[in-house]
Design a protein around this ligand. Structure first.
Ligand code: C5P
Length: 396
């Protein structure tokens, strides 16, 4: 419920992507947003007002002369109450109209009468998007402070492939969340690690661990939403990187070490969330080991570099944050790690509370003491961690 209490006017304009706006209403509602839908006449040719009314649980406005508003001022009343107007899909025609300040239907009038920010998700055919007239309109809107999200490239309804496809509803919700998140790390460069590592024994076998990467990816997402430029050095995980985050995929601890050390000196903040293997296989085999070839040779282990400790020891080191996943004695082990690795902040959790799942119980350890956070979904804890980091680095 990350949008609890936010009032969003969702403007739907005429385009085939209008059907995706139905899913968008549902997803925004799921996050706790209060969604009021307003449609252009064109949009009602693609999806009916009934669909949006059923999904939002509210009457939909599609007519400038709607008499349901007692003072006949729907455009003023609806846009005055909103925290955000989101236009998705935004057609080429609608962008042209609002770029020029036209108020020739209810939605365009609401946009012109608004006092809140405006987010638009364009959706149109490739040639329409690339047409100099659209380019001009989009540039004008950006200059006026309108935030343009997308469009994405891909297969279009007309059969062509290229830029112009509306962002997917999930991606639009991410942009809305990022839009509302306080920008406590604005302009900060953050390098971080997440996920497990994989230490090869031979080309198909290896030593790894049960880290899912969920906590790290939630931290990357929260940091990006807080305005940081995020580079995520990630071990093998099963999901896509958060929107707007640069992911550097790696496999072994040595790969992760190299990828981090190449970037850490330029970073303002480094967060080590990855469950890095303490040891790698010294005698890993080039070819698959066969049991009929004299049996399995003993696995020799050699210690991996400690990435977090090395980054913390850099001259001009970034602000370093470590994680401690323990099966017992959390406070003692976490505090030891903080001292040994010389980092100002460690986020600790018990493996049984968080490894692999969606929720976690985090305790923050810093110079000021011990700060237990209320158990919550990883997305919420990640945001609290980012706020704590911003506070310690003096940005709050
Ligand atoms: O003591 P331990 O190695 O478990 O400490 C965990 C913390 O150190 C995590 O932040 C982890 O990402 C980091 N770490 C590291 N390189 C290693 C081992 C752990 O960066 N080789």
């Amino acid at each position: 419920m990350e949008l609890q209490g936010k009032r969003i006017v969702l403007g739907v304009t005429g385009g085939i992507a209008a059907y995706k706006a139905a899913e968008l209403v549902r997803l925004l509602g799921k996050q706790g947003a209060d969604v009021q839908v307003a449609m252009t006449a064109g949009a009602t040719h693609f999806v009916t007002t009934t669909t949006f009314q059923a999904l939002s649980g509210k009457p939909v406005f599609a007519d400038q002369w709607d008499e349901r508003m007692p003072n006949a001022m729907a455009h003023i009343d609806l846009s005055r109450q909103a925290d955000l107007i989101l236009i998705a899909p935004a057609s080429a025609d609608f962008l042209a109209r609002i770029a020029n300040g036209l108020a020739d239907d209810l939605l365009a009038t609401m946009v012109l009468a608004r006092t809140c920010p405006l987010l638009v998700a364009p959706a149109m055919n490739l040639q329409m998007w690339e047409n100099p007239a659209t380019r001009r309109n989009v540039a004008r809107l950006a200059e006026d402070g309108v935030k343009i999200i997308g469009p994405a490239s891909g297969e279009q309804a007309c059969g062509e492939v290229g830029a112009g496809r509306m962002l997917e509803p999930e991606e639009i919700v991410e942009e809305v969340l990022a839009f509302f998140a306080p920008k406590v790390l604005a302009g900060k460069k953050l390098v971080m690690t997440a996920g497990p590592t994989f230490e090869a024994i031979d080309p198909v076998r290896g030593i790894t661990n049960l880290s899912s990467g969920r906590m790290g990816y939630a931290v990357a997402r929260a940091a990006r939403q807080a305005g940081a430029e995020v580079t995520l050095v990630s071990g093998p995980v099963a999901f896509d990187p958060p929107q707007g985050v640069e992911r550097i995929p790696v496999r072994s601890a040595l790969d992760m070490h190299a990828a981090v050390m190449a970037r850490a000196a330029d970073a303002d903040i480094f967060i080590g969330v990855a469950a890095v293997a303490d040891y790698r296989v010294a005698n890993s085999a080039e070819h698959k080991l066969k049991k009929d070839n004299g049996g399995m040779p003993p696995i020799e282990l050699v210690e991996n570099p400690d990435i977090l400790a090395e980054v913390a020891a850099l001259p001009n080191a970034p602000f370093c944050v470590g994680f401690a996943a323990e099966s017992r004695n959390l406070e003692e082990y976490a505090q030891n790690k903080r001292r040994k690795k010389k980092v100002p902040l460690i986020a600790g959790n018990l493996i049984q509370d968080g490894f692999g799942g969606d929720d976690n119980r985090l305790v923050l350890f810093d110079d000021a003491g011990v700060h237990p956070l209320t158990p919550a979904p990883k997305s919420i804890l990640a945001r609290q961690l980012i706020e704590h980091i911003a506070h310690l680095t003096g940005k709050l």
